[in-house]
Design a protein around this ligand. Structure first.
Ligand code: XCC
Length: 657
């Protein structure tokens, strides 16, 4: 391990990952790829060490051409910008970028709904309940003459939230946010307009000589975080439901072992948009594709999922997932995949090199996400069947041409019960009132959502898995999305039979409810489902979100989208744990000059202090940064116990019963 003193955190080497990852499939794949001379992110991460301190701390300012300026507590940039201004401006730009990214796939899905309504695309909208539900909340149910017209109005409203330049408050936020939060945000003056407008404002505000009051920049970050959630995340998640219907609990086998030779052409879908993946899922059984596969000597075409596109198909159809963002090279490195079809985001350029080593065809489908060396087949919703068949025929051709003898598939698969949402979780536990009772009496100590990405800065999947195991042992129920969910799947924690290592009282209630103690609720935009669950329980309790034992955990922060999600949960008053320092200087204790062994001064800064303390005063929650996963779980539990105590809820004995 490499120790970064100023972060007070380790970073693993490739060898550490190989020895210490909790995922049993990975050492075998790492060794195999090394044998084959194929480079992965692990090699590149090792080669880049040591990483730049100023980049890690967010103290390098590159927002104009006068610098770059490295600022410290005593040294300002050329324009006079000091450390808090540089750090928070950089941070805001990252959150704005995350907002743009989730906005991109919200737009992609919302436009698909309009294409169906206009008759430009074949298909029907399967999620009528979500349209009624939203229409009622937007106050447009009585105005529409037909169901289609209603759906159009709902989608147009969501598009306004995404991209209108009118200076009007974001509609979904007014319609869906808890009343207490609306009041808080109004007082803070952070109610956003549309997501894209707030992103533009963020870029303008952080340009040379613009907003130089770090507190005001931070206020805009909270505004962007709300636009991120109510404009983009809700837009994408609900659009998916309107298009394809809700997910339902479903049992599936997942992991690299599901690639074991079936004689089928194996195609992985990867990225975030369900639109192209859904079209492929329909086309695999078409006569033309079945026949083409047969002629190539294959037994049909099988689909697999990677990252969030994988979650979209997992929850609705039980299509197996393979891995999250950090495992994409490893999945291809099994040599089992004939093609990887990618849509939007989290598709790393390194996969082309690995794919070339195994004859796997990478097919890009969006102009926003091209890869040099890949085959590009633009996905057009209007010609979705035709394009899907062209893509699958290209995969079949790769199957025909490839050398299949170079496969090395680890025998690793896990049973998972996936496809939950707020309603199905409440139903399983007997409804809102009963679930609240379980929380009050301590059979469920608290609910944590474990979400977002993976990072090469921690041992592959380790932080997510260790924190989850520790929380289950302490009686905390977990919901999960995105790449965190893939890690928890691989560790067997979303298996409905999962029992050992779970606090007895939690195990008993999960058994009675027929659910695993880790509940997968979908892709990263489906954090809406956990938020609706939290909101429903808070309403039932008649309490603000800030008072309840809920937690947001990003154990392996890796993507700008994850920073935005953390900030949006924080703005809701839900405490955040980040499992590795994010680009904010970590406060340190330094020996006082001439002082004794216990005589230290705190070397902190305004931004770290805000996230650790100041946020508590204005939004009712704070960010914890803790890179040691067992300690991190302890912090979460302590916070939950503190809240239980102040609510007068029963105190549960610590540890396993
Ligand atoms: Fe991407 Fe969504 Fe993050 Fe995974 S979790 S690295 S955003 S695939 Ni959403």
């Amino acid at each position: 391990m490499r120790y970064y003193k100023h972060l007070r955190a380790d970073m693993p080497t490739k060898d550490d990952v190989r020895r210490l990852t909790p995922n049993p499939a990975i050492p075998e794949v790492i060794d195999y790829l090394a044998d084959q001379g194929v480079e992965t992110y692990l090699d590149r991460f090792d080669a880049l060490q040591p990483l730049c301190r100023f980049g890690l701390d967010g103290t390098c300012c590159r927002r104009c051409l006068w610098g770059p300026c490295i600022v410290t507590k005593t040294k300002r940039g050329v324009c006079g910008a000091d450390l808090p201004l540089v750090v928070i401006s950089n941070h805001l730009r990252m959150v704005a970028s995350g907002c743009a990214a989730h906005g991109q796939h919200a737009r992609n899905r919302l436009e698909t709904i309009l294409a169906i309504l206009d008759g430009r695309m074949e298909g029907e909208l399967r999620g009528r309940e979500r349209v009624w539900w939203l229409a009622e909340r937007y106050g447009i149910s009585r105005e529409a003459k037909s169901w289609e017209e209603l759906a159009r109005k709902v989608v147009e409203t969501m598009l306004l939230d995404l991209g209108s330049i009118e200076r009007k408050p974001l509609r979904a936020l007014l319609a869906l946010a808890p009343a207490e939060r609306l009041e808080t945000w109004r007082k803070l003056d952070i109610i956003p307009t549309s997501a894209f407008s707030e992103v533009c404002e963020a870029l303008a505000r952080t340009s040379l000589g613009a907003d130089s009051d770090w507190r005001n920049v931070l206020k805009h970050e909270l505004r962007v975080a709300l636009a991120f959630f109510y404009g983009c995340v809700i837009g994408a998640s609900f659009a998916s439901e309107i298009l394809y219907g809700s997910s339902h609990p479903i049992d599936v086998e997942v992991g690299f072992g599901t690639l074991a030779d079936t004689g089928a052409v194996k195609v992985a879908v990867h990225g975030h948009s369900p639109v192209m993946a859904e079209a492929l899922a329909e086309a695999v059984d078409s006569e033309r594709i079945v026949e083409a596969a047969r002629q190539a000597g294959a037994d049909g075409v099988s689909l697999y999922g990677i990252c969030c596109t994988g979650h979209e198909l997992l929850g609705r159809y039980g299509i197996p997932t393979l891995t999250g963002i950090l495992g994409q090279e490893f999945a291809i490195g099994t040599g089992a995949l004939d093609a990887v079809v990618v849509d939007l985001q989290c598709i790393i350029p390194g996969i082309v090199n690995v794919a070339n080593g195994f004859g796997t065809r990478i097919i890009t489908t969006s102009d926003s996400n091209r890869l040099p060396g890949a085959l590009h087949i633009p996905f057009k919703p209007e010609r979705s069947r035709e394009v899907s068949e062209t893509i699958l025929l290209a995969a079949i051709e790769a199957f025909r041409e490839r050398d299949h003898s170079r496969q090395r598939i680890p025998d690793s698969h896990q049973k998972v019960r996936a496809g939950f949402d707020g309603d199905s979780i409440l139903a399983a536990f007997g409804g809102r009132q009963r679930m609240l009772e379980l929380l009050r009496d301590g059979r469920i100590v608290g609910i944590a959502t474990m979400v977002s990405c993976n990072t090469p800065k921690v041992i592959y999947e380790a932080n997510n898995v260790i924190i989850a195991r520790e929380l289950l042992r302490r009686g905390v129920l977990i919901t999960t999305t995105g790449c965190a969910a893939h890690a928890l799947f691989n560790a067997g924690l979303a298996d409905p039979e999962m029992g050992s290592g779970v606090k007895d009282s939690l195990r008993a209630v999960c058994k009675e409810a027929g659910v695993p103690p880790v509940l997968p609720v979908g892709a990263c935009v489906d954090n809406t489902k956990t938020m609706l669950l939290f909101k429903g329980l808070a309403e039932e309790a008649g309490l603000p979100l800030t008072k309840l034992p809920f937690f947001y955990i990003g154990a392996e922060p890796g993507n700008e989208k994850a920073l935005g999600m953390a900030m949006s949960f924080l703005a809701h008053g839900i405490p955040v744990l980040t499992g590795y320092p994010i680009p904010i200087p970590v406060p340190t204790l330094e020996p006082r000059e001439g002082g004794g062994i216990d005589d230290y001064v705190s070397n902190s800064n305004e931004i770290a202090d805000f996230f650790a303390e100041g946020a508590l005063e204005i939004v009712g929650a704070r960010i914890y940064v803790e890179s040691r996963p067992t300690w991190a779980a302890g912090l979460v539990e302590a916070n939950m116990r503190e809240k239980r105590r102040s609510l007068g809820w029963s105190q549960v004995p610590q540890g396993s019963d």
